[in-house]
Design a protein around this ligand. Structure first.
Ligand code: PMP
Length: 391
């Protein structure tokens, strides 16, 4: 077991004896991120992009430095990053404003999060659904057969929030591009767990949220290729996105500013930057190795509990979904909570995947930098308690 990260004491909201296994929902925050946000509000605070005074210029520099850090985390360029409220808003922005000629279909997969399904429906696209392989990966052979010149976008989760399966993103890009479609990756679960390089992948759009990568809620990013961003019309109107306004006509700033109407989440960006620095200090390779070792250990440990069914592939990225015969996942979650173990129980905003798996819900344990073998031991001990209660 690789528990070498030993960073738990940097997480003030994880008291001793509490086992937080819900990082895929939202990550706990290391002290450096909390400090950065506190400093932003308590010392450095001012508006951005408007002030003529020094404090505002410094805050603007911090805000833009956060954009550069966000871009560089995933191998992109600074001017290609739009700050959004999160991945959900990022995907909605693409669905509402990107147009690929008059193509009206999108190619999604069976395992997508609702935030990579509903925006396409709202934008009026028809959806084709790529099935999964037996072990819970997006079936790219099927995707290759299904992709056609009617598809505007191929939009897949880079890592599934339920199964933890990792997409072969380069192959997905090749499949999309062969038919003239664009590839959007929902990177919500990948950005905190894997080294990501949008240029090497050949992605066109990449969406993720700060709060899953040890940063604050309320901010996330859409990375998009510059030429695609430049071709997209503005979405929301207001301050900060305009060049010149008259009642007759308004002209807009270039991207990414054009997509950031209103006062942004200034302290959120600073916290996002701190979170990215913290994550990069550990190293995404080290994080991935750490979580992979925990997944291997957790899957083996869970198999020792009679009646457990595991979902997803063996090499899942930091996420293990499971069911226990005869016990509803909500009961699992409640009893585990009594034993100091926090897991997610539910449909994980992936109801079509639950339908496909033939279950109403699953229980899900997800790992992070602070996780270690004691979390897995507590989980398994808790599941034995669940079994005792349910006979
Ligand atoms: N996609 C995936 C795969 C996710 O796990 C989540 C968060 N559960 C989202 C999208 C949506 O992210 P947010 O709620 O931060 O916008």
């Amino acid at each position: 077991m690789n528990s070498a990260l030993a960073v738990r004491d940097q997480f003030p909201a994880i008291p001793p004896g509490w086992h937080y296994l819900d990082s895929a929902a939202t990550a706990q925050k290391p002290q450096s991120v909390i400090d950065a946000i506190t400093r932003a509000y308590g010392h450095d605070y001012a508006t951005v992009h408007r002030g003529v005074y020094e404090r505002s210029a410094a805050m603007t520099a911090s805000f833009e430095a956060a954009r550069a850090a966000t871009a560089s985390l995933i191998g992109g360029e600074e001017h290609e990053v739009v700050f959004t409220r999160g991945a959900t808003e990022a995907i909605n922005l693409v669905a509402q404003r990107y147009r690929n000629g008059d193509r009206k279909r999108v190619l999604l997969s069976q395992l997508e999060h609702h935030s990579n399904i509903v925006p396409w429906q709202l934008a009026g696209y028809d959806i084709d659904v790529v099935p999964l392989t037996e072990d819970g990966r997006i079936d790219l052979d099927a995707a290759e057969r299904m992709a056609s010149d009617e598809h505007a976008i191929v939009a897949f989760a880079h890592v599934s929030n339920v199964l933890g399966s990792i997409l072969d993103a380069r192959r997905a890009a090749a499949i999309a591009h062969k038919v003239g479609a664009r590839l959007l990756l929902d990177g919500c679960q990948a950005a905190p767990r894997l080294p990501v390089d949008v240029a090497a992948i050949g992605a066109d759009f990449y969406a993720f949220s700060a709060h899953k990568i040890y940063g604050p809620t309320g901010i996330g990013a859409l990375w998009a290729r510059k030429d695609l961003l430049d071709a997209m019309p503005p979405w929301q109107g207001g301050g900060a996105m305009i060049d010149r306004v008259t009642f007759e006509k308004t002209t807009y700033l270039p991207a990414p500013s054009r997509f950031e109407a209103g006062t942004p989440h200034i302290a959120g960006a600073v916290g996002f930057h701190a979170a990215i620095d913290w994550t990069r200090d550990i190293g995404l390779d080290a994080l991935h190795a750490h979580e992979s070792a925990l997944v291997t250990e957790a899957r083996a440990a869970l198999r020792t509990v009679p009646g457990v069914t595991l979902f997803g592939p063996e090499d899942s990225a930091g996420i293990v979904s499971f069911a226990l015969d005869g016990v509803h996942p909500h009961d699992i979650g409640t009893i585990l909570d009594d034993h100091g173990v926090a897991v997610r129980a539910g449909h994980h905003c992936a109801q079509p995947l639950m339908d496909y798996l033939g279950v109403p819900a699953t229980a899900r344990a997800s790992f992070a930098a602070h996780s270690d073998a004691s979390d897995i031991e507590a989980l398994v001990k808790g599941l034995h308690a669940v079994k005792r209660i349910f006979g």
